[in-house]
Design a protein around this ligand. Structure first.
Ligand code: ZN
Length: 465
C-alpha cells in the first residue's frame, strides 16, 4: 500500500510565517508529511511554479438567510459553497439568524437542515442574537457554547435586529462567562433612521442616497460605543466590516490601550467607492451594502489596517441578492426608496483573488500576511482546530494557486447564484486553480471534480483571542 493517498509535489508552500518549496503528503484527509522528494502515492499533483496555500476560511458569509418580506437570498448552501470552493476556500462560516420570538436551537436546526448534504466545503455557524430573552441569555447561549457554537453576532442597527445598549451589555456579559467571541455590526440605528427620514422627505430616494443615510460618523460612533461597552464587561469583541479611517482608528486606539478589540474589513472597502452607487437608474443598487463603500482615502485606511495588524481578518460579508429580480435588488419597494433596497453584495468567490492581486501582487502585503488574513487568523480566532495552516496533522485543506494567471473578474465565469458581480472587469493577477477539502480534490484545474458535497459542519473550541 502506498504511503500516501496524494502527494502535492514541488509547489511553493506558504503559511502565516514562512514560504518554501516542498512536497506535501496526504493520507486519510490529513497532511502527514512535508518534505523533499516524497514518494509512494496513489496520485501525484505537480505544483511546480504554483503556490500551495491553506484553503481560505471565510468567517463572514450569509447564506439562505431570511431577509424581509418578498426578498430571497440568491444562494443556497450548494451554490454558495460551490462558489466558495472555486474562490479557494475550504471552510465558510455562515450566520444562523434567530428571528424575533424564535429559540436559537430552532433557528440552528433549520439551518442545519438546509446545509446537510449540500456543502462542497466545510462550514461552521455563528449565531445572530436578535432577541436576547432571559432564556436565551440564561440557558440557550451557555448550552450552545458547550456544543461548539462559540461565537455570535449582534447588530446595533436594522429593524428587528438592533439591540439597545442594555441588551448589548447583557449579551457581552454572557459571552464573558462562556468565553465566547462576540462580533458586532457597528452602526447607529437611530441616526440612520433619522437621516433616512430626512432624505426621503427631500425626495432623495435613489440608491446612492443609501450612503448618505449612514455616513462615517454613524459607524465611528457605534464602533466607539461597542468598544466602550466591551470594556465595561472586559470581554473580547470583533468589529466586523470596518469601512473607513475613523472606525479603524477607534479600534487601533483600543488595541493600544490593551483592550481585546479586533477588526475585520472586506473587499468592498478596498476596491469600491460611493461613486459606484451613483450609477444611473437602479444600477447603483448593485453596490448597496452596509456600511457602504466610502472614498479613496477610506480605501487607503483599510489597507493600513490590514498592513499594520489593526485588522486580523479579511472576510467577504457575502450577502447575495440577484439584481434582475423582484425578490432581489429590483424589489418594487426598493424603487420607491433606497431604504427598501436589500442590503448586501456577493463576494464569496472573489475575496481571495482581490486581496491577492491588489495586496500581494501590488506589494501592499506579504504572501505570509495574506495567509494570516484569509485563513490562519480565522481558524485561531474562531476556534477551528487543525484548520487554516499547512502543518503535519492538520486537515488537508489546500488551495493551489497560479500566481501568474491574469484574468479579469467576469460574472460569466463565477459560480454563485447571483446574476452580477460588483467587481465586473476588475483585472486580477493570481487565481486559485485547484482546491482540496480534507484531502478531497473538489476543484481541479478550474473544474468541479467532486460532486459528493461531503463538506461537514465543524464544532468549534474556545476562541483564541
Ligand atoms: Zn454581514
Amino acid at each position: 500500500m502506498p504511503a500516501f493517498d496524494l502527494i502535492i509535489r514541488n509547489g511553493r508552500l506558504a503559511t502565516a510565517s514562512d514560504s518554501y518549496v516542498a512536497d506535501i503528503g496526504i493520507r486519510d484527509g490529513r497532511i502527514v508529511a512535508i518534505g523533499e522528494a516524497l514518494a509512494g502515492a496513489e496520485e501525484v499533483i505537480d505544483a511546480t511554479g504554483k503556490l500551495v496555500l491553506p484553503g481560505g476560511i471565510d468567517s463572514h458569509v450569509h447564506i439562505s438567510q431570511p431577509s424581509g418580506p418578498g426578498i430571497v437570498m440568491a444562494d443556497d448552501f450548494e451554490s454558495a459553497t460551490r462558489a466558495a470552493a472555486f474562490g479557494g476556500n475550504s471552510t465558510v462560516m455562515p450566520y444562523c439568524l434567530q428571528q424575533k420570538g424564535q429559540s436559537l436551537r430552532a433557528a440552528l436546526s433549520d439551518y442545519h437542515a438546509l446545509a446537510l448534504g449540500n456543502c462542497h466545503v466545510d462550514h461552521s455557524f455563528h449565531l445572530i442574537v436578535s432577541d436576547p430573552t432571559e432564556s436565551v441569555l440564561g440557558q440557550e447561549l451557555p448550552a450552545l457554547f458547550a456544543d461548539g457554537y462559540t461565537s455570535f453576532k449582534v447588530f446595533m442597527t436594522y429593524e428587528g435586529m438592533a439591540l439597545d445598549d442594555y441588551e448589548m451589555l447583557s449579551v457581552l456579559e454572557v459571552a464573558r462567562e462562556a468565553g465566547a467571541l462576540v462580533q458586532i455590526h457597528a452602526e447607529n440605528y437611530d441616526a440612520i433612521r433619522f437621516l433616512t427620514d430626512r432624505l426621503e422627505r427631500a425626495g432623495k430616494t435613489a440608491p446612492h442616497f443609501h450612503g448618505r443615510s449612514r455616513p462615517i460618523p454613524v459607524e465611528r460612533e457605534a464602533t466607539h460605543r461597542a468598544i466602550s461597552l466591551a470594556e465595561l464587561i472586559d470581554v473580547p469583541i470583533m468589529i466586523v466590516h470596518v469601512s473607513n479611517r475613523e472606525a479603524m482608528e477607534e479600534i487601533r486606539r483600543a488595541q493600544a490601550r490593551g483592550l481585546k478589540v479586533m477588526g475585520e474589513t472586506c473587499p468592498q472597502y478596498l476596491v469600491l467607492t460611493e461613486a459606484d452607487m451613483e450609477r444611473t437608474g437602479m444600477e447603483g443598487a448593485k453596490y448597496v451594502c452596509s456600511p457602504p463603500p466610502r472614498d479613496l482615502a477610506s480605501q487607503q485606511a483599510c489597507w493600513e489596517g490590514l498592513q499594520q495588524g489593526v485588522f486580523s481578518v479579511f472576510s467577504s460579508d457575502h450577502c447575495p441578492f440577484r439584481y434582475e429580480d423582484e425578490a432581489g435588488k429590483l424589489a418594487p419597494k426598493g424603487r420607491s426608496s433606497f431604504r427598501w433596497v436589500p442590503n448586501g453584495i456577493p463576494g464569496i468567490e472573489t475575496r481571495l483573488p482581490i486581496l491577492f492581486s491588489e495586496g500581494v501582487v501590488k506589494g501592499r502585503i506579504s504572501l505570509e500576511r495574506f495567509v494570516a488574513l484569509t485563513a490562519t487568523n480565522h481558524a485561531r480566532i474562531y476556534g477551528l482546530p487543525n484548520k487554516g495552516s499547512i502543518a503535519v496533522g492538520y486537515d488537508a485543506d489546500i488551495a493551489i494557486w497560479d500566481p501568474e494567471l491574469k484574468r479579469p473578474i467576469r460574472q460569466a465565469d463565477l459560480h454563485h447564484g447571483v446574476d452580477y458581480t460588483p467587481y465586473e472587469d476588475l483585472e486580477i493577477t493570481g487565481w486559485p486553480v485547484s482546491l482540496l477539502v480534507r484531502g478531497r480534490l473538489v476543484v481541479r484545474d478550474g473544474m468541479l471534480s467532486d460532486t459528493t458535497k461531503l463538506g461537514r459542519h465543524l464544532q468549534r473550541t474556545r476562541p483564541l483571542v
